[in-house]
Design a protein around this ligand. Structure first.
Ligand code: GLU
Length: 505
């Protein structure tokens, strides 16, 4: 037991886009598996055919490729314990349903929806359990012949788990500690439906975790209420010795106020709740994704890692490698984690800064192409280096650097009013002459010569620089002035000055 290999799984149901909470769950599984040299399995839980959404599985896989979370085994990855799509494992589940039936731990029930409805109106708080099951139409109340005949006639039935009342059920959770409940509060859950010859989530989930030798079940808090039932199923199968350890992760909460994070919070406050853009095939609705909105996958991962866990000090920026080393499932918080999307924007800024200018430039080139701009790559690299500390997103580089690529055609009115003085045209004409004579157009040399000229003329540095900036940029923004003229080069600088003087005269 002690030496059991760590094997975890991420087991989504393909019912739509992957919610960001699901990404956090997958990430924690991934960090845990990697730090223990264990395996990470990707299983698709698609036994509820009514909720199946085409494209969801591919979407989930694509999301993890983008985020850099990789799996060792599972749908699309292969492995020895497949198939990993539950809809392809019918025969396996049928076999295990039979095991429970034969052992008297489950029974067949024929109650129709109408009959169940009738019972509900007859008995207050009706629950199908030890207190009521003997009043129902099932294999416990009918003769064997009757049951066999109904099945032979093609009557629909379900298989229910026969939960013994008044037993203590202990769930040991790595995050929540020990939770004890009385089995009497549980109902005889449906494990299998003849209608589609498929098990329900509970049976399939337990059988697969067992057969796939899962050692730890790390999943969202919403599954905590199912855990006692799962413990009882392990018991019924006699699999207690290899029952996985549970860890139920805290909820993701709204950025402000109370309650669970929802897609509406994202829509209202302007952040996505999905990793990638999602086109709902049923409604046609398109939902934003972090990738398309310009977030870097490293930033998303780093941000999510800290929603429910922290390394015990105030370190916030961590590479995946560091997180794998530092992550500690026992240090995860029980309390819900506020989804502070502004913090994610900060992370994105930090990750843009951490990337080399070349890397950011590579991401920027497609944006430039969209604007119809072609520029030598090393020029893009230089410009990125000058402005990247001003942006949170690569897509914001353009508004902070367009003037490097495209000469201004207009001059910002407010800036002109404030910065273009009566003698500006005259001074700029003089400055053009000064610049024309500079052979070494380096930042330092320009600065030295221009400053000496300003001083010799008794001009005000501010006035000259502001007017100069207006001629090159078209407004009052941008990095250091000689950085700009150096990147533009002498010829372009003079050209822009000449035009500005003509227009603003
Ligand atoms: N199929 C469940 C889901 O969609 C898996 C829950 C679990 O991890 O046990 O989240």
């Amino acid at each position: 037991m002690a030496d059991r290999k760590v094997r975890v799984r991420f087991a989504p149901s393909p019912t739509g886009a992957l919610h960001i909470g699901g990404v956090r769950t997958a990430l924690y599984n991934y960090l845990f598996a990697r730090q223990h040299g264990g395996d990470m399995v990707f299983r698709i839980e698609d036994t509820d055919s009514n909720r199946f959404v085409p494209g969801a599985e591919e979407y989930i896989l694509e999301s993890f490729r983008w985020l850099g979370i990789d799996f060792d085994e599972g749908v699309s990855f292969g492995g020895e314990r497949g198939p990993y799509r539950q809809s392809e494992r019918r025969e396996i589940y049928q076999q295990y349903v039979k095991v429970l039936l034969d052992a008297g731990k489950a029974y067949i029930a024929f109650d129709t929806p109408q009959e169940l409805e009738a019972k509900r109106s007859e008995i207050a708080n009706f629950q199908y359990d030890a207190s009521t099951r003997m009043q129902m139409r099932n294999s416990l109340t009918m003769s064997k012949d009757e049951v066999e005949k109904l099945i032979a006639d093609g009557t629909q039935y379900v298989v229910r788990f026969k939960i013994e009342p008044n037993e203590e059920v202990h769930v040991n959770d790595l995050i929540r500690g020990e939770v004890v409940i009385n089995s009497s509060i549980l109902d005889d859950k449906v494990l299998y439906k003849s209608a589609d010859q498929l098990p329900t989530y509970h049976l399939a989930n337990i059988v697969d975790d067992h057969l796939m030798e899962i050692s730890h079940v790390i999943r969202g808090e919403e599954w905590l209420p199912s855990a006692p039932l799962h413990v009882l199923l392990y018991r019924a199968f006699g699999w207690e010795d290899t029952m996985p350890k549970f860890a139920h992760l805290p909820l993701l909460l709204k950025p402000e106020g109370n309650g669970k994070l929802s897609k509406r919070d994202g829509d209202r406050l302007g952040f996505p709740v999905f990793p990638l853009e999602w086109h709902d095939p049923k409604t046609g609705e398109v939902s934003h994704g972090y990738r398309e909105e310009g977030y870097l996958p490293e930033a998303v991962i780093n941000f999510l890692a800290l929603l429910g866990w922290n390394p015990g000090n105030d370190q916030e920026l961590m590479t995946m490698e560091e997180m794998i080393k530092l992550f500690d499932i026992n240090r995860c918080s029980k309390a819900g984690a506020k989804f502070d999307y502004k913090k994610l924007i900060w992370f994105n800024h930090e990750y843009v800064l951490m990337k080399s200018d070349e890397e950011v430039a590579k991401l920027f080139v497609p944006e430039l192409e969209k604007k119809g701009v072609e520029a030598p790559f090393d020029k893009v690299v230089t410009i990125v280096g000058l402005v990247k500390n001003r942006v949170n997103f690569v897509k914001e580089l353009w508004e902070n650097s367009h003037y490097f690529f495209v000469a201004p055609t207009e001059y910002d009115e407010k800036t002109v009013k404030k910065r273009w003085k009566e003698d500006s045209a005259h001074c700029m004409t003089e400055l053009m002459e000064v610049l024309k004579d500079i052979d070494d157009f380096s930042i330092e040399n320009q600065e030295k010569i221009v400053m000496a000229w300003i001083e010799s003329k008794g001009y005000k540095t501010g006035d000259i620089m502001n007017a100069f900036r207006l001629t090159l940029v078209g407004e009052g923004k941008g990095p250091h002035m000689f950085d700009i003229s150096w990147v533009l080069g002498k010829e372009e600088t003079l050209k822009r000055m000449k035009r500005a003087i003509e227009v603003l005269k």
